[in-house]
Design a protein around this ligand. Structure first.
Ligand code: NDP
Ligand code: 8X3
Length: 252
């Protein structure tokens, strides 16, 4: 019987690399995202390359009804989920507070905070039934220190930090592990999304240093997910060597 991981936001960046990492180690993967073609393509690639099964689920984590309908109708053989990775998320804009877009704020709060809450709540009955499970939440260094013009994005990642701490306490009686992983700058589609398709602006974020790669985060998630049953990494901050925290990155 293969282990099962559910990773949200598997159409790009960390989520895609996490799915590939676990698939390469024989895990069956439930992969989610809004871009159906990318989910189907990844599904075909991973099943062809590794001897595993993939269940692609196409939905928006902001839509509460869709989250619960999709998770509650997972076929029985897929319900024995071992690990939930709440990875789907984004930054929208990097503007000073007084000029920030309220639509951007809503999208970040609805995805990074409410989406993570809905997904956790929807999957928990499966974990509670077997008194075992592992929630891995993607926070950020932005959830440890607020930086200039990070305002609402930072607030959503502070919320991920707080929710992870709360889940860890409340879910203790159910023997559920909760790990929060807080990466620094990593070159994925993150900045392209943040700057709404402006490639030059997105690329400039990583000028002059080597940022984290998506595979670094996939390796870290895999490490945390495969520790012995009595061991849990609670809180992990990971940056590239050139970065100390949200403020200090050595470029050049
Ligand atoms: P990418 O933009 O490469 O990937 C984001 C993923 O999230 C995509 O698969 C996207 O899928 C999914 N997603 C976004 N919104 C939704 C939604 N409403 N419903 C469902 N899926 C959604 O970024 P990263 O891989 O870099 O980011 C992954 C996570 O890591 C995010 O939570 C981000 O905040 C966090 N992070 C990123 C860092 C970085 O520097 N890259 C550093 C620290 C944390 P689709 O568009 O198909 O729905
Ligand atoms: C992503 C890293 O520094 O752009 O969470 O906020 S940062």
């Amino acid at each position: 019987m293969n282990n099962i991981i559910l990773v949200t936001g598997a159409t790009s960046g960390f989520g895609k690399a996490i799915a590939e990492k676990f698939a390469s180690h024989g895990w069956n993967c439930i992969i989610t995202g809004r871009r159906k073609e990318r989910l189907d393509e990844l599904s075909q690639q991973l099943t062809a390359k590794y001897n595993i099964k993939i269940l692609p689920l196409h939905f928006d984590v902001q839509v509460k009804e869709d989250v619960f309908n999709q998770i509650q109708s997972i076929p029985e053989e897929w319900q024995a989920i071992d690990v939930l990775v709440n990875n789907a998320g984004l930054a929208a804009g990097r503007d000073s507070f007084e000029v920030g877009s309220i639509d951007d704020w809503d999208q970040m709060i609805d995805t990074n905070v409410k989406g993570l809450l809905y997904m956790s709540k929807a999957v928990l009955p499966f974990f509670i039934a077997k008194r075992k499970g592992h929630i891995i939440n993607l926070g950020s260094t932005a959830g440890k220190e607020v930086y200039t013009n990070g305002n609402v994005y930072c607030a959503t990642k502070f919320a991920v930090d707080a929710i992870s701490k709360a889940q860890r306490i409340d879910l203790l009686p159910h023997k559920i592990k909760v790990t929060a992983i807080h990466p620094g700058a990593a070159e994925t589609e993150f900045s392209l999304v943040r700057f709404k398709g402006d490639e030059a602006k997105a690329k400039a974020v990583y000028d002059g240093f080597e940022p984290l790669h998506d595979a670094d985060i996939a390796d870290t998630v895999y490490y945390c997910a495969t520790l012995p049953e009595h061991v849990c990494v609670n809180d992990l901050v990971i940056t590239c060597t050139a970065q100390a925290n949200s403020y200090y990155t050595f470029k050049g």
